[in-house]
Ligand binder design. Structure first.
Ligand code: SF4
Ligand code: SF4
Length: 691
């Protein structure tokens, strides 16, 4: 070993040891959160890592920043192989992959190092220009965050520059060190060869080699102190995310209300799971979630990015105390970013603080519509909504803190079995004169229908939504579908209570519903409400209710495909329609085509137009997450923002596939002074029935 390699081994050991210490510390902080299994569906998880992590599927949705970031990421992956070679060669100078790789493979690898280094330089140059000159709104943060980003980008730039220049010097001194594959550093070597002697070039190589190697070690050890920790944690985070499996999207955590817990939901980091805390490590503070958040867009005080950054800030404040971490002065900072700086100086102050109230306010939490735009946008599969839901649960169940408007909703759900104070006896009034049978009537005769038509509270009581119910029932009848309703035996399954944090009320209502469904041996349910569709299909299994639940858009599309719907010939001028995607149908369940296709098949003269935000980027109507029942006093109304966007398409009509969206869009149209009609997709199809 040479003196140089002994010195390098010493530096490498020191740097690797310090990094390992911080990794061990960060992992120990995760244990502050509660345990949670995240290894089910391993193949889906691996696919997520390949698609979202490696292929950068979500990042590439942004046409400008996407390719830039993807290039840096892919460059990093390719150059990591070179980094390992450089570090090993620092200790064993004769080491090179060329010793064991076939010549052609080594040449390809060698070329990739040169080419990717140059591409990363271009991408980082653009990233710096964007941050310093363009200032995109979603990257707005505090000074510390901005400085951190500049430091990281500069370091990456430094790594690439030292790599290319160092290789250039080596080639100037020893032109045969590499073959013709060094297409970037070879021209540099020619320039150096004209300017300096081979000895001077060799000295230049050593200087740049050391600069490059030291920068690698500094970069590695800077990560735990920077939001760029995501470089190390994001692929792991994507693997453990639970946001992409079939029927898993947006499913709220099961809560065992009978377990011996004094604390329901979360008010501080120790009540969250280790995965919620890992989300904090993985946040790149890119702001994609906040830029898509309907509450934030319309001026409410909610920012999903802040929710995650605050969770991380609080973890970094409390975890050292909880884990008895004595090397506080060395602990990873990660404290900067949007939101509160609690600034606790003493252990007592740290323990007086908590995530709820010290960092996150009630107003922020209740502004959420549970639309999942944040989760869908996040390039590293962070689940911001899970934290919001857990904090809401704590407020309602442990502290009895919720907006005044929710009290009558909870009471009505308990007393009337619906969020509104309607007479439960009127639930099936819409069906009068339609000759629709109830499950009880069929049961008495020893019969069972093929499907249960679950009407839902809106569809049963709201005058406008009742027309949707009638339209869908007419379609079922015209297709001779064997169906029945529960009639007065139907009551709310509790989804609104769950979304508003009242898990106790939810489970009471849901279990009661499951009991009724099982009593009638129901296997297949159709419904025109996406909230009922999601709740009964995806969340009832947590409580033992397993049914095939089909949204009416999918059901109608299937009937149309089978030519079972007796349609009249479409006539008249072309009708231009803008379809508004429901969050619980789209982002929660990936149903985007069925509503559009149903309308197209039933009314061939229809011309469907898309607003700028549609499908999985659709803007929420503002009614989800219990927002339907709360006042909207801050900022612009979300339904008005969305309706204006739909009207701007120039459509003759707006189509929806959700009774909640129907109310919000109808109100939005009125508020915009427009007279454009709003239809449910079943009304479009029912309007084409022959009789
Ligand atoms: S779920 Fe929707 S409203 Fe709630 S924080 Fe995320 S984007 Fe905002
Ligand atoms: S939570 Fe995800 S989308 Fe939001 S800022 Fe962090 S990384 Fe970006």
């Amino acid at each position: 070993m040479t003196t140089q390699s002994v010195v390098f081994l010493f530096v490498l050991t020191l740097a690797a040891g310090f990094f390992a210490l911080n990794v061990q510390r960060l992992v120990s902080y995760l244990h502050v959160g509660h345990a949670e299994g995240r290894t089910d569906h391993p193949l889906t998880r691996i696919r997520n890592v390949l698609e979202i992590g490696i292929a950068q599927k979500k990042i590439l949705r942004d046409p400008v920043a996407g390719p830039m970031h993807a290039l840096i990421f892919w460059g990093f992956m390719v150059l990591t192989a070179g980094t390992v070679e450089i570090l090993v060669a620092g200790v064993f100078p004769s080491f090179s992959y060329a010793l064991f790789l076939p010549k052609a493979v080594y040449a390809a690898y060698s070329a990739s190092q040169d080419i990717f280094a140059a591409l990363v330089i271009l991408a980082v140059g653009f990233a710096l220009y964007r941050r310093i000159v363009l200032h995109p709104k979603r990257l707005e943060g505090d000074n510390l965050e901005h400085t951190d980003a500049l430091i990281i980008l500069s370091m990456i730039m430094g790594l690439m520059v030292t790599l290319i220049i160092g290789t250039g010097f080596l080639l100037a001194a020893h032109p045969d060190a590499f073959g013709p594959e060094k297409v970037v550093s070879r021209p540099l070597a020619i320039v150096f060869g004209h300017l300096i002697s081979p000895d001077a070039a060799m000295t230049g190589f050593h200087v740049f080699w050391w600069a490059h190697a030291l920068l690698i070690l500094v970069f590695l050890n800077y990560l735990p102190y920077s939001k760029h920790l995501h470089v190390a944690s994001s692929l792991i985070n994507v693997f453990f995310s639970n946001t992409s499996g079939p029927g898993q999207k947006g499913v709220m955590r099961y809560m065992d209300l009978e377990a011996d817990v004094e604390h329901f939901g979360a008010s501080d980091v120790e009540h969250l799971s280790w995965k919620n805390l890992l989300d904090g490590y993985s946040c790149t503070e890119c702001g994609r979630c906040t830029a898509a958040c309907p509450a934030n867009i319309t001026g409410k005080p909610l920012s999903p990015r802040k929710i995650i950054v605050n969770t991380r800030q609080r973890l970094m404040e409390k975890a050292p105390v909880m884990t008895n971490d004595r090397m506080e002065f060395l602990r990873p900072a990660l404290l900067h970013g949007e939101g509160a700086d609690a600034g606790a100086a003493t252990v007592e102050e740290v323990m007086e603080h908590r995530l709820m109230d010290t960092y996150i306010t009630e107003e922020e939490l209740w502004a959420c519509t549970s639309c999942r735009a944040c989760v869908t946008e996040c390039p590293v599969s962070i689940d911001q909504l899970d934290v919001i839901n857990e904090l809401r649960r704590n407020l309602v169940l442990t502290e009895s803190r919720f907006p005044d408007e929710l009290q009558p909703v909870f009471e009505s759900l308990e007393r009337n079995g619906s969020p509104w104070a309607f007479n439960p006896g009127d639930r099936a009034d819409w069906a009068q004169g339609m000759n629709i049978r109830t499950m009880a009537e069929l049961h008495e005769k020893g019969e069972r229908p093929d499907v249960l038509f679950w009407v839902g509270c809106m569809g049963s009581f709201d005058d406008r939504a009742k027309k949707i119910t009638v339209a869908f029932a007419r379609i079922l009848q015209s297709c001779d579908i064997s169906f029945a309703i529960l009639g007065q035996e139907e009551h709310c399954h509790g989804d609104p209570a769950r979304r508003m944090g009242n898990e106790y009320l939810y489970q009471t209502l849901a279990k009661d519903t499951i009991e009724t469904l099982d009593r009638y041996q129901v296997t297949t349910i159709v419904t025109h409400c996406p909230h009922c569709f999601h709740q009964m299909g995806n969340e009832f299994p947590q409580l033992g209710g397993n049914y095939e639940v089909i949204h009416h858009s999918t059901y109608i599309e299937r009937l149309l495909q089978m030519d079972r719907v007796p349609l009249k010939t479409a006539e008249g001028t072309k009708l231009t329609v803008a379809y508004h995607d429901s969050c619980y149908l789209g982002r929660y369940n990936d149903v985007y085509d069925a509503p559009r296709e149903s309308m197209r098949r039933a009314l061939p003269v229809i011309n469907l137009v898309e607003p700028p935000r549609s499908k999985d980027r659709g803007l929420c109507c503002g009614a989800g997450g219990g927002r339907m029942f709360m006042e909207e006093n801050t900022g612009k109304r979300i339904n008005v923002e969305r309706t204006e966007e739909l009207l701007a398409t120039g459509a003759d009509a707006i189509a929806v596939a959700c009774p909640f969206c129907m109310t919000m869009m109808t109100d939005g149209v009125k508020a915009s002074g427009s007279e454009v009609p709003v239809f449910d997709i079943s009304e479009v199809v029912a309007g084409q029935l022959r009789s």
